[in-house]
Design a binder for this molecule. Structure first.
Ligand SMILES: Cc1cc2nc3c(=O)[nH]c(=O)nc-3n(C[C@H](O)[C@H](O)[C@H](O)COP(=O)(O)OP(=O)(O)OC[C@H]3O[C@@H](n4cnc5c(N)ncnc54)[C@H](O)[C@@H]3O)c2cc1C
Length: 484
């Protein structure tokens, strides 16, 4: 029988598989997707938020534990488990040598990235290169990897993992028989439920306008994170954490594909201009904080607007100051013409921009600092980077909510164990998006998804191996770090 079964094929699953295998356990990894789509949302990532007390290879200055924690506390509004959060934060300072030992390379951020040279280490070749490196390393170490294997059920005996079930299914015309796969321990790392349209609809419900907001959401990542396993675990009585409507949601280009649009569909000019809804009205402070700390609130903000639609409007002054979107914007030399092309109510839109323009109190514009350019007497205010939009051509980018990942997950502890009625399972563990809600009750700060997945993936792998008698290899001191 296999010692450790890993369910999922993204960063958290791969970290768990590698650690369990390094500890000496036999490991099998089940990935729902075909090989070409392996790697879940992790294949779309770019960076890891890293604590460090002094400059380290690709990271400049310092980003101490306390600052990292305060940043997390701010974005979550306190909806975080400090103990688990600090585990992820501390692990982010020491995991990169281990990552490198499995073929991951880092690079400094490219210009135009989210001002993160100090806080975030970028993966050379992005998340796709990272997961490819991990899969290669796992296979070299003898981890058995199976694709097209969506686990549909978990068999338990009083909170103890017994077997995973795979229903009979078909992929690209090929039939796969139903299976029952036994193992002595298991790590669940099968992502959130963001690609389950019905579940999103159920969670978000119908709004006061009679709309089903989630019908207009786009999914930035993998179509394979359907939450089947998460739902099954909840039905089986696993302890749950988080709110099903909480998710990392970015305002992305409304023209992006329904799934897997990835990073290039993001629209990063929000803080440089104004954002209006389809009624031509502003609805939030576009200059509240640095874009990396705020970009993940804009998906929810747009979700609250009529038709879940908005437009990011800039003028010529902003060009060159943000990563250009993949699709060109709508351009016009007058605000009236822009409104006409966007089919916005012309008078309201022009008044919105003119009111904003006359409320701007321009000091010293500095997009790299919380500058003193702000509005006065305007609701909602724009508190930084407020400059009148008066230099044509004007540009508009249509926005829709883009779900990155959902936060509803399984409650866990520092050993990454799944809990039933507050009691830790002896051999069932959880990592990544399936438990990220323990640390992220709401909000987001760039690069923490991979930090949580790497920390708890590694812990889950070590603990799963240990639960079936495989201790930490004395040759690998990094493994020991993963347990603290
Ligand atoms: C466009 C985009 C950009 C991002 N950029 C960053 C970034 O730069 N930095 C950062 O920290 N975070 C980023 N994130 C978030 C990050 O992707 C996640 O936090 C992280 O990848 C979660 O890892 P995971 O292993 O838990 O999930 P995933 O990587 O999503 O892996 C889940 C895996 O489970 C598999 N699976 C699902 N259901 C089943 C089942 N029933 N049976 C078997 N397998 C199953 C899926 O196929 C997939 O392989 C980004 C996300 C997206 C979508």
């Amino acid at each position: 029988m296999i010692d450790v079964l890993i369910i999922g094929g993204g960063n958290a699953a791969l970290c768990a598989a590698l650690m369990a295998r390094e500890a000496g356990a036999s490991v099998m990894l089940l990935e729902a997707s075909p090989k070409i789509w392996r790697g879940g949302n992790s294949q779309h990532t770019r960076n890891l938020r890293c604590m460090h007390d002094e400059p380290q290879d690709v990271l400049i200055d310092a980003y101490p534990e306390e600052e990292y924690w305060q940043d997390l506390l701010k974005v979550t509004g306190g909806l975080t488990d400090e103990k688990l959060a600090r585990i992820a934060i501390r692990a982010s300072s020491s995991c990169r040598d281990w990552m490198r030992s499995h073929g991951v390379h880092f690079q400094p951020p490219l210009s135009g990235a989210l001002h993160v040279a100090r806080t975030n280490a970028f993966f050379m070749g992005g998340g796709k290169a990272l997961v490819n490196a991990y899969f290669r390393s796992a296979e070299r170490l003898g981890v058995k990897v199976r694709y097209n294997t969506q686990v549909t059920d978990i068999e338990l005996d009083q909170g103890k993992f017994v077997a995973a079930h795979v229903a009979e299914h078909e992929v690209d015309g090929q039939r796969f028989a139903a299976e029952r796969i036994e193992a002595r321990a298991c790590v669940l790392a099968a992502g959130g439920f963001e690609s389950n349209r019905e579940w999103l609809r159920e969670a978000w419900g119908q709004n006061e306008r009679g709309e089903w907001p989630s019908d207009n959401f786009l999914i930035r990542g993998t179509r394979f994170n359907t939450g089947i396993l998460l739902r099954r675990m909840l039905d089986l009585g696993a302890d749950v954490i988080g709110d099903p409507t909480q998710a990392h949601m970015v305002a992305i280009d409304a023209r992006a594909p329904l799934y897997d649009g990835g990073i290039c569909t993001r629209i990063d000019c929000v803080s440089l201009g104004v954002v209006v809804n389809r009624d031509g009205e502003r609805f939030y402070d576009e200059g509240e904080d640095f874009w990396p700390k705020r970009y993940a609130i804009w998906g929810r903000l747009v979700a609250g607007q009529p038709g879940q639609q908005a437009y990011s409007i800039i003028d010529q002054q902003a060009i060159g100051r943000f990563m250009p979107p993949v699709f060109p914007g709508t351009t016009a030399n007058t605000l009236q013409d822009l409104a006409r092309q966007l089919k916005l109510p012309q008078a309201t839109f022009v008044k919105t921009v003119e009111d904003y323009n006359s409320a701007c109190r321009v000091g010293t514009f500095d997009h790299t600092a919380l500058d003193d350019c702000h509005t006065q007497g305007l609701t909602p205010a724009k508190t930084h980077w407020a400059r009148p939009l008066k230099k044509p051509p004007f540009y508009a980018y249509p926005l829709k909510p883009g779900v990155t990942f959902t936060y509803l997950g399984l409650a866990t502890d520092e050993t990454a164990a799944v809990h039933f009625n507050g009691k830790a399972s002896p051999n069932l563990f959880v990592a990544g998006e399936m438990m990220a809600g323990n640390v992220l009750g709401k909000g987001y700060t760039a690069g923490i998804g991979m930090a949580i997945g790497t920390a708890f993936g590694r812990i889950a792998g070590v603990q799963a191996a240990a639960s079936v008698g495989f201790g930490v290899s004395s040759a690998n001191s990094e493994s020991r770090h993963a347990t603290v």
